[in-house]
Ligand binder design. Sequence first.
Ligand code: NAG
Length: 516
Amino acid sequence: MAASFSQTKCFHPRNTFMRLIVLSIFGLIAIALTMRAPTAERIHKFKQQLATHAAPDCSFNETHIQNLQMRYDLTDSIEYARRQIRYLPQDIKRKSLTKIDDELFPEDFDEVNLKSPPSDITCLKEIELPVPKSARPGTADARDFLFGVSTTYKRLTEAKTSPMLEWAHWLTDGNGKSNGGGLILRLVDASEEQLDEARKRLTSLGIDVKVYHSDSSIEMAQRYLSLLPTLYNDASRKNRKWLVMCDDDTFFPSMSALVNRFSEYNHKSDLYIGTFSEDISNIKRHGSQAFGGAGVFFSIHLASVITDLYEDCITPKKIKESDTGWGPQGDILLRKCIYEHTEIRLTLLRDLHQLDIVGDPAGFYESGVAPLSLHHFKGGPIWTKAAVYEGAKVAHACGEDCYLQRFISNDDFVISNGFSIAYYPKGIQFDINQVERTFGAAPEDFGYNLDFMLGPQRGSLTKTGRKVAWELRESTNLGGGSVLQSYIRKADDKRWTEDGRPLFDKDGVLELVWVP
Ligand SMILES: *[C@@H]1O[C@H](CO)[C@@H](O)[C@H](O)[C@H]1NC(C)=O
């Protein structure tokens, strides 16, 4: 080392005189280089720089963070950082992983005491990021689709389970107007007042809805199957191409992408389109069929065939046959109806996701996936929890393709846009193209249950000290193509520990502001 340093020594300016000469030469070269650009061009370039590199707002919004503190029970002292990302829509393909040639968080996070908040935060320059051009939510034309959902008034209206805002995401323009997609809603055992109230609330969101009563004394599997004739007999059918059955916890994050995908199918043929469960145990147990939570799509003609077959398909014998030990299943009744009477078989659309996984779903949402549907994201006793409605809001900024797109920075952060910002303190030595198995399969988990649908998964990094993630809890659509995302990491999150020791003593908040 010493030898190589001494070799360079003779080039070092040793005294003031030498230093002056060297500086003047460099100065003259610099001036000569700048002079070469014509003045008009230089001014234009300067103006462009001003426009695109406007300094981001680095004030600390006390109210906003204190709201987060209240809602997520944050410690009084938090680690905080915010970065502004200017997205540049271009004619490029959506990649599962896109490189940001920059560090995402080059400075230490700010330590913020929320009892005496600062007025400003460490100001990081804006990042520019090319993204594929794609539609914003609310611009889809979904008039070819009529959806059917069955639920209860309680699930419709309780905060934990209510799908109303999600429906507004995929059934309206976001401004109180329908996007053309229709909804037939059946409320089990609801009163007249409840049907009215549901109608009022959904209509006020802009959802084109018809609300009907349904009766719990009818076997659930039969009730499910009977939804298809109801969709088929709806007055709007003659203007539709696709009749869709889904659950009250089915979410379509990217309606334009869904509409585009279905334009590739021949709607005049007999089509039964859906996807399998991720868990081969479920296929073994229930059969090879569309699993309804991911959404099941029927061409009009096939729906007419099933409507004609309806009585033959719901006999007590058929209902008994659709019971695999877990009670009669609507999905099975439907499959039997089609498979036993017609030559039509399921068309698999693997971008729909049933999400029969348990535990922490991070590995799925951090895989770069571009889902056409999501399901089982509301938690509860069995299924996983993810803030997919809040997450998908980023499409109001950088477009539908941008949701769950991954961006990797030089300092080993990976943004899974709208789900998490993960940091890998010991580097990324694993195959990031494989799904991390943060989750499991419902019992019995043989280890390989999910491999067929998700590909073999790499091991989980939780509790190894090799990964930390801030997960998206809220997004704010700021209007004009800007979205603010709030990602939160709790200090007591057992996942971010090493040898049982927590990696942090404070909660952390990272925010991204996506601007046009
Ligand atoms: C600060 O946050 C509050 C609450 O989220 C919001 O209403 C307000 O517009 C924000 N102010 C600024 C300057 O962003």
